[in-house]
Write a protein that binds this ligand. Structure first.
Ligand code: GLA
Length: 376
């Protein structure tokens, strides 16, 4: 059965786009194991767009490009499964994929069967070239139906970028996660924009259909397809913490075969991953500090053991004195309780002295805590 927590894995698109092949996929899968990412919880190895030939075969089936995948997809799946990992692939609900390869439009049942026969465990399903007269919800429901009946547990990862009010209908399609926003790029502006776009749509995510903020750019440093300017390690730490506290799927997008030490540490932060994977599945929520602009969100999530995940996020360009009351976290002074905890990147201890948590947060930076409610 598919676990009902936001998935974790690696996807080819952000760095490699059309430059994909069997060797890349298998060496990256090996790197997931050898670098400890598998032990940290990353399990899906996902081939994004550009894996197929431009034409279907004589039986109408999709064909992996033999120049890129000389042994076919079943072979790739078997090798990935033998490493204790899961295998993901990509298709599209519209007339073609976003990079103009064959899509699954009107071939949903046949393609779901094909993916199942190859041993696919995850299908990312895009939204490009949707005919204007077609109903997006209907197209996703078709694929949801086809996957449910294909005889294999295949996680359904919808990728309609929040278009056409996705949040209103995605829960009825059987999707396990849904892309709520447009494509990420490896820039500070993109990370900030994607976080701010969550303010109004958090009530539509969570258990059953996780709100996917897009694949991570952590560690790309400007290299690869969506590379552009790149971010600093501190910006990547904020990016990763926000995705974890907001319970987004964590799909790594950098070249994990060549990760530097800082990237590896960020991606394997066990305290943050535990928050993202929390079994209770409570929805996170965002508050903005009184009298401040939208660039100083506080992100909060209640956890299964009674702890609270809590983060000050400074998205602005100057330092910020951020504070929040224990009362607003559900712990009034009169309860006889107090909040204590530690910052999850530095280990620094924190205590809500006089019922207030506060921190001086540098620009483009965050302070994230796991808080425990204890007797005074
Ligand atoms: C869209 C998706 C991306 C990626 C590309 C592939 O832009 O949002 O994540 O899958 O298509 O072409």
């Amino acid at each position: 059965m598919i676990k009902n927590v936001p998935p974790m894995g690696w996807n080819t698109w952000n760095t490699f786009a059309e430059n994909i092949n069997e060797e890349l996929i298998l060496s990256s899968a090996e790197a997931i194991v050898s670098t400890g990412l598998k032990d940290a919880g990353y399990e899906y190895v996902v081939i994004d767009d550009c894996w197929a030939l431009r034409e279907r075969d004589e039986n109408g089936r999709l064909v992996p490009d033999p120049a890129k995948f000389p042994h076919g997809m079943k072979y790739v799946a078997d090798r990935i499964h033998a490493m204790g990992l899961k295998f993901g692939m990509y298709s599209c609900a519209g007339l073609m994929t976003c990079a103009s390869y064959p899509s699954s439009y009107n071939r949903e049942f046949l393609d779901a069967e094909t993916f199942a026969s190859w041993g696919v465990d995850f299908l990312k399903y895009d939204y490009c070239f949707k005919p204007l007269t077609a109903d997006g919800a209907g197209l996703y429901r078709r694929m949801g139906l086809a996957l449910a009946g294909c005889g294999r547990d295949i996680l359904f990862s919808a990728c309609s970028w929040g278009a056409d009010n996705t949040h209103e209908w995605i829960g009825s399609t059987g999707a396990n996660m849904w892309r709520s926003t447009g494509d990420i790029t490896d820039t500070w502006e993109s990370v900030k924009d994607l976080i701010k776009k969550q303010y109004g749509i958090l009530p539509f995510g969570g258990v059953g259909c996780f709100n996917d903020m897009d694949m991570l750019v952590v560690g790309m440093h400007g290299r690869g397809h969506v590379g552009l300017k790149g971010c600093t390690d501190g910006e990547y730490r904020l990016h990763f913490a926000a995705w974890c506290l907001l319970a987004s799927p964590l799909m790594i997008g950098c070249d994990i075969r060549n990760m530097d030490e800082a990237t590896s540490r960020t991606l394997k932060n066990a305290d943050l991953i535990a928050i993202q994977q929390d079994a209770r599945g409570a929805r996170p929520y965002i508050r903005k500090m009184w009298g401040t602009e939208e660039d100083l969100p506080v992100i909060i999530r209640q956890l299964a053991d009674g702890d609270i995940a809590f983060g000050f996020f400074n998205l602005s360009d100057g330092p910020a004195n951020m504070w929040y009351t224990a009362d607003d976290l559900g712990v009034p002074e009169i309860s006889g309780k107090v909040l204590i905890g530690k910052e999850l990147y530095t280990g620094e201890e924190v205590r809500a002295a006089c019922g207030v948590l506060s921190a001086l947060v540098p620009p483009h930076s965050c302070k994230v805590y796991r808080l425990r409610v204890v007797n005074k």
